[in-house]
Design a protein around this ligand. Structure first.
Ligand code: SF4
Length: 671
């Protein structure tokens, strides 16, 4: 491995986690977000005088649900303290609370869709119109033409939307693809359980990550920061498999640099050696997988696919087998995770061979309590039964019916999905689109109604407690959905709660279970084994592999509306409105590029440009590393028009099990 350039390693300090605990404790590079936060507050708003007090709040940005303590001066929130491990996402929540472009009242579209022109409308008028539309569709037996898209952290409001759609006769309620949806698809495919994978990192002593950028926003950032500190303290070994030397790779005990897109091949190559060492698996159909491994993932073939020597693969297998509480982790990326069900199965096969399923320090299954099933009348049940089924959001956008009523809840699929453009076209033809959001994003441009939602700081930590408050007409998305549902005849009876606070009390808790036994979906693995070598073979027309990474705090795009994030971007990530991509110097030379060259990136889906090239040896040969999160068409004046969105040209092959496009690896050329 070439000696790393320190500035590049810091530059790749990906996703939102990153920063505080990891950066400060282990790299000595202090995270400056809190300083900027104070500047934002002081430069633009002078806190009124008054008494100082601290009130409790809970960050809702991921499932970690961290406790926050907010410092108040009079009635103004001036600083957020985190009480359980620092994570800058929660710590910078003031940026949303006092954002100058926050939506302050319900909005109604004026003129054509996609033009961002809205006028204020009352809550009552908007709810009356939306509920009448839903009721009409139901009465005409067109419930299946109602759909909903939830953001990954929509939580209870997402469950309410799913419930509402069922009472109207639709099962088309989707979550934006990411770690949670992919993990859920893998658990369903291998164990027939509605749950997601839970890694017992707190007790692992050998962690083998197949591209999961564990300290860059992955999973629960605050938990991962603490977990990482624990690994260091007790000398657990963290091994990062990745094509580029991200922050995770640079602070891991071992970086395993593999060829782009070959993580699952490595997992199956390791499984080969584990089997050779006499390790067995109780997974049903494992014999079928063993045949696939022995035929298609021999050391020589895996060496060709990954670029690693067979001895290096064997050594990882030996280390895994020799560790006490080892675990293998699937889910490539940081905040934006993309993978395939086959990749999750390959990694779970490794876990089954090392006995990590359900074991301390291994992998378990988390099952959400939820709200239970609503009563559904015969017409709605029949409508759901007859409707065309889609396995996930991208599958729905590509192959699903044209909706007549679409809800979008705390999500931005027009920006984040590789099917964003076709979704926008679909939304232009949708009679009514309703969005629940605090800021107008790329997706909201196509909405007919937008309801303003609360920032977490405005949600009391417990019933009867204080919260920070800003004068807007915002409501919790769950309350807005509840109000709509209660106005729809036939649906109203399934929504007995008065507010989202009652719903929190009613929702079941998440339960962590032992992983139990797997069933290997042999057909999925056969198809994967046949496709992978073709996918990874060098393409004559598109000789470079485009792989994503995430800049600090920007994540997969949600961070760009906030000035502190812009302030933290260095001048080889964004200069003015120009975005940079990263290349190895030798690769750049081969393709006629040099430091600062302006290039376009082209895949078989089209072209984006122009971007500038930064040369760094932290990127493997024949790879272009491209940042996610840029190229918004809306999402406030801070984010709009900065850089380009690579999702427009990223691979859009849809995983048949999860229904999500696996966009991680895309063949491109410079043009
Ligand atoms: S880990 Fe970070 S993003 Fe997640 S809840 Fe805690 S503060 Fe929020």
């Amino acid at each position: 491995m070439n000696k790393l350039e320190r500035k590049d390693v810091i530059k790749l300090a990906g996703g939102a986690v990153l920063g505080t605990a990891v950066g400060t404790v282990f790299s000595g590079a202090p995270f400056l977000g809190l300083q900027w936060l104070v500047e934002w507050t002081q430069d633009q708003y002078v806190p009124g005088s008054g008494d100082e007090k601290f009130i409790a709040s809970i960050c809702q940005s991921c499932s970690n649900k961290c406790n926050l303590s907010i410092r108040m001066i009079g009635n103004r929130a001036v600083k957020v303290e985190t009480s359980n491990s620092a994570c800058p996402v929660g710590a910078n929540a003031l940026q949303l609370l006092y954002h100058p472009e926050r939506i302050r009242q319900p909005l109604k579209k004026v003129g054509g869709k996609g033009n961002s022109k809205f006028k204020p409308v009352s809550w009552d008028e908007a709810i009356k119109d939306i509920s009448a539309k839903a009721e009409k569709l139901k009465s005409e037996n067109k419930g299946a033409a109602i759909a909903a898209i939830n953001g990954q952290n929509a939580g209870l409001s997402g469950q309410l939307l799913a419930r509402l759609l069922k009472t109207l006769g639709s099962a088309s309620c989707f979550v934006e693809p990411g770690l949670a949806t992919l993990s859920a698809a893998a658990v369903k495919a291998t164990q027939d359980i509605d749950g997601s994978l839970h890694y017992d990192f707190e007790n692992s002593d050998y962690i083998l990550s197949f591209g999961a950028r564990l300290v860059e926003g992955w999973g629960e950032p605050s938990r991962m920061n603490k977990v990482f500190a624990g690994w260091k303290a007790r000398k657990a070994k963290y091994v990062q498999v990745d094509t580029i030397c991200t922050r995770s790779a640079s602070i891991a005990d071992q970086w395993v640099p593999v060829k782009a897109g070959s993580e699952a091949a490595l997992a199956l190559g390791i499984a080969y050696y584990l089997m050779k060492m006499g390790r067995g698996s109780n997974a049903a159909n494992f014999g079928e997988l063993a045949k696939i491994i022995n035929a298609d993932f021999t050391p020589e073939k895996v060496s060709q696919l990954t670029g690693l020597k067979p001895e290096a693969i064997e050594q990882i297998a030996k280390d895994l087998a020799g560790a006490g509480n080892a675990v293998a982790v699937a889910g490539r990326g940081g905040w934006g995770v993309s993978s395939s069900t086959a990749e999750f199965v390959a990694v779970q096969a490794v876990n089954s061979l090392i006995g990590s399923l359900g074991r301390r320090g291994g992998v378990q299954v988390a099952v959400n309590g939820g709200l239970g099933e609503p009563a559904v009348d015969a017409a709605a049940a029949e409508s759901i039964k007859k409707a065309k089924k889609q396995s996930g959001l991208d599958d729905y956008i590509k192959n699903g019916v044209q909706p007549e009523l679409l809800f979008v809840n705390e999500a931005d699929p027009v920006f984040k999905s590789v099917y964003g453009a076709p979704l926008a076209e679909k939304m232009e033809k949708t009679a009514m689109v309703v969005a629940f959001l605090p800021l107008i994003n790329d997706t909201a441009q196509y909405a007919d109604y937008i309801f303003p939602t609360l920032s977490w700081l405005e949600i009391p930590a417990a019933k009867g407690k204080d919260a920070a408050a800003v004068k807007t007409e915002s409501k919790h998305a769950a309350d807005a959905i509840l109000q709509i549902a209660k106005k729809i005849k036939g649906s109203d009876t399934a929504f007995a709660w008065n507010s989202f606070k009652d719903i929190i009390a009613a929702a079941g808790k998440t339960e962590i279970r032992g992983a139990g036994n797997l069933t290997i979906p042999a057909d999925v693995m056969k198809a994967f084994a046949a496709e992978l070598p073709k996918k990874l073979a060098p393409a004559k027309d598109f000789p470079l592999a485009m792989i994503p990474f995430e800049a600090a705090l920007l994540g997969d795009g949600d961070g760009l509306a906030f000035p502190y994030v812009l302030k933290g971007l260095d001048d080889t990530t964004l200069t003015g409105r120009k975005m940079w991509v990263l290349m190895n110097p030798e690769t750049a030379k081969k393709h006629g590029a040099s430091e600062g060259s302006r290039v376009d990136l082209e895949s078989k889906r089209g072209e984006v440009g122009s971007v500038k090239v930064h040369l760094t040896k932290t990127i493997a040969p024949d790879v272009v590393a491209v940042p996610l999160g840029f190229g918004h068409k809306a999402y406030t004046s801070y984010a709009k028009g900065k850089g380009v969105n690579p999702k427009l040209i990223m691979s859009n092959d849809i995983d048949s099990v999860s229904g999500a496009a696996d966009w991680w690896y895309t063949s491109v050329k410079l043009s």
